[in-house]
Design a protein around this ligand. Structure first.
Ligand code: PXP
Length: 237
């Protein structure tokens, strides 16, 4: 059974909308752990648009499962991550203008840089994963530079509008996952997974972990709204 990593960036996005203290992503992370998730994912972006440095320190202190810090190759972020020491980092591409991570990191293009960064984390006992498109040349490059974990980008599969294109995107993910597993890599997947499309990906034999954020936090709004209104009404009365 694949494990579940919950991405809590979206809770921090809501907090930032008011610039105050709530909702607190750390409280959300602890609740996700209580509910049985296997890891917590947070992306410390260069522009700190949601998760900030204080969040990351708090998460490191309090998370009991696995803390997977998503990050770019930016030297400032690399330094912070090395100091904080998450259990795992997941390297992603990052553009300031994007709303969310838009695609996989090109390991082929940044082989040398990634090799150096991965070595600095591995030397501290921190696992390194790369978020990549379902593409065998990227997998071969990851193997070449000694990266043992990949996260396959499921965004195009999630966004596919019709059955035919979804099947095509699914095949790319399945073939890539099986290829990577046959070469001994740990294979995770994520981006855009939701309550209707997750099963097919979870059924890929041997897949280790699925990282999901937006759909879980969206669902949580409606799962909790009734109680929130009832409690407020009680106080007013
Ligand atoms: N994995 C990676 C590498 C991501 O960048 C994201 C989005 O931050 C996710 C998983 C989760 O994606 P979503 O919020 O669409 O579930």
């Amino acid at each position: 059974m694949p494990k579940l990593g919950v991405n809590i960036d979206h809770v921090a996005t809501l907090r930032q909308a008011r610039g105050g203290m709530e909702p607190d992503p750390l409280e959300a992370a602890l609740m996700c752990e209580k509910a049985g998730c296997d890891s917590i994912v947070a992306h410390l972006r260069e522009d700190r648009r949601h998760i900030n440095d204080k969040d990351v320190i708090g998460l490191r202190k309090r998370i009991k499962t696995k803390f997977n810090l998503e990050m770019s190759m930016n030297p400032e972020i690399v330094d912070i991550a090395l100091k904080i020491g998450p259990d795992q980092i997941t390297l992603v591409p990052e553009r300031r203008q994007e709303l969310t991570t838009e695609g996989g990191l090109s390991v082929v293009r940044y082989e040398k840089k990634l090799f150096r960064i991965a070595a600095s984390f591995n030397n501290k006992g921190i696992d390194v994963s790369v978020f990549i498109d379902p593409d065998k040349s990227e997998i071969r490059s990851a193997i070449y530079i000694g990266i043992g974990i990949i996260e396959i980008h499921t965004g195009n599969y999630s966004l596919a509008l019709d059955k035919k294109s979804r099947a095509k995107e699914f095949k790319k993910i399945k073939d890539s996952a099986e290829y990577a597993m046959s070469k001994g890599l740990i294979v995770n997947a994520g981006h855009g997974l939701n309550y209707t499309n997750v099963k097919q990906i979870a059924n890929i034999k041997g897949i280790n972990e699925l990282n999901i954020g937006h759909s879980i936090i969206s669902k949580a709004v409606f799962a909790g709204l009734k109680n929130a209104v009832t409690e407020m009404k009680k106080l007013i009365n």
